[in-house]
Design a protein around this ligand. Structure first.
Ligand code: UD1
Length: 415
């Protein structure tokens, strides 16, 4: 089984380049189902979640070719409406196939996403939205069956600004009859990217990036070329890697506007960050002090950066507090960090982190994607060697993580 071996690496110094955003690529790849023709996408990261999405699209009739970060999806014909259990069960983003399949085929049989280590992750908001747009919904045997003639625009208020539900409803409204309004919509940059992509193909979506999104349904879309945004969570992880090792570096292919909450927290902790047009410079050579963090939907501090900041806070002076408000069970990395010498207490949805602590390398396990990244960060500054199991979780979301960190001086490799 593959492991990541990471040794104390001293201060990281160098330049790293971010890949395209996984969380933009997944809905945009799924949205290619809406278009009768060839869509050419670039800045697509090579990750296992993306491979699984492409596998499912191929099974539905798409002809796919890949060349480095470019993916060409030919959806002249969509043959199926049933999504297979095996690849669907490997990533939660697979439920994003529901709206485009329903819209194009008039029916969709979607394998239920099931539980997830970081929380229960229900799909009720997606289903309430589909029902409001006129879909009939049936559950059974591990599948959700959706059907409709043509979806009809409606007003949908989301009880929580769910990223996935907002994306599914944008895709559902795109070819629906009339106007769809999503209230209390998620505002994440990936939502804006999906809407920009669809608008470039002729959709009529406005308000993306705000909490009210309006979609005026159109009859069809025209295939285009589109380059997706870069991965803000990967960028935030690299910023944390420089910070945890008191290093300094440049992070390229990043939109600093997408990282405002992360930049603000790192600055508060003592790092100096300079924002350029498509890059960030971080200087974390001074010692860091602890901070209080509450994860929130965008533009709040991202839950996808919570685990990495747990590691970072172990090296910072003082008591750090992190409140996780988005997912109910996203502290799986804490036990592993404590095995490495951290002093972290969990109290309900909060973790209290005493620092600075001398971490020591140990055998640890990644139980989820971002928790795995947190262990890599801890390994960079821990004494001796850290051996990380559960690498498949990390490979779901980080393209060439070891190579990229290695280029900034990290002693890290896959074994
Ligand atoms: C997306 C991201 C994930 C990120 C998360 C929050 C992708 C592929 N994944 O996940 O990396 O951590 O946003 O920023 O883009 N909820 C419900 N009912 C629903 C849907 C969601 O109760 O029908 C709850 C969830 O259980 C969770 C919260 O809403 O507690 C946020 O989930 P959501 O924003 O939907 O996350 P995802 O889209 O699954």
């Amino acid at each position: 089984m593959t492991k990541i071996i990471v040794k104390n690496s001293g201060s990281l110094i160098g330049t790293v380049c971010c890949s395209g955003s996984k969380n933009s690529a997944l809905p945009i790849l799924s949205a290619t189902i809406l278009t009768n023709g060839i869509t050419s996408l670039s800045n697509i990261p090579r990750l296992s979640d993306i491979d699984n999405m492409l596998l499912i699209l191929e099974g539905l009739g798409a002809k796919i070719s890949q060349n480095r970060d470019k993916v060409r999806v030919d959806f002249n014909e969509c043959k199926g409406y049933v999504t297979p259990y095996e690849p669907m069960s490997k990533f939660r983003g697979s439920f994003l196939l529901a709206a485009p399949l329903l819209s194009r085929m008039g029916k969709a049989r979607i394998s239920m996403p099931g539980g997830c280590p970081i929380g229960n992750r229900p799909i009720d908001l997606h289903l309430k939205g589909f029902a409001a747009l006129g879909a009939a919904i049936e559950n059974g045997h591990g599948y959700v069956d959706l059907s409709c003639k043509r979806l009809k625009g409606a007003k949908v208020y989301l009880d929580f600004p769910s990223v996935g539900a907002t994306e599914n409803l944008i895709m559902a409204g795109t070819l629906a009859q009339g106007e769809t309004i999503i209230e209390n919509a998620a505002c994440e940059p990936e939502i804006v990217d999906l809407a920009n992509f669809l608008n470039q193909q002729g959709a009529k979506i406005s308000g993306m990036g705000s909490d009210t999104i309006k979609i005026l349904g159109v009859d069809s879309l025209t295939p285009t070329e589109y380059s997706i945004i870069s991965d803000r969570i990967e960028a935030g992880t690299f910023m944390s890697a420089f910070a945890i090792t008191n290093g300094k570096g440049i992070i390229k292919n990043v939109n600093p506007m997408h990282l405002k909450p992360v930049t603000a927290k790192l600055t508060e902790m003592g790092a100096k960050i300079t924002e350029k047009k498509n890059s960030l410079i971080i200087d974390a050579t001074s010692s860091l002090s602890a901070a209080s963090i509450k994860t929130l939907p965008f533009p709040g501090f991202p839950t996808d950066m919570q685990a990495q900041f747990s590691s970072l806070m172990c090296e910072a002076e003082g008591t750090g507090i992190i409140v996780e408000t988005v997912f109910e069970n996203r502290f799986l990395h804490i036990g592993e960090l404590n095995r490495m010498g951290a002093d972290i207490r969990i109290d309900g949805r909060s973790s209290v982190i005493e620092g600075p602590k001398k971490l020591s390398g140990a055998k640890v396990t990644a139980y989820d994607l971002r928790g795995g990244a947190a262990l890599v960060l801890a390994g960079l500054c821990a004494a001796g060697e850290t051996e990380i199991d559960g690498v498949k979780h990390i490979q779901r979301g980080y393209e060439h993580l070891c190579d990229k960190l290695h280029s900034a001086g990290a002693d890290i490799f896959l074994e």
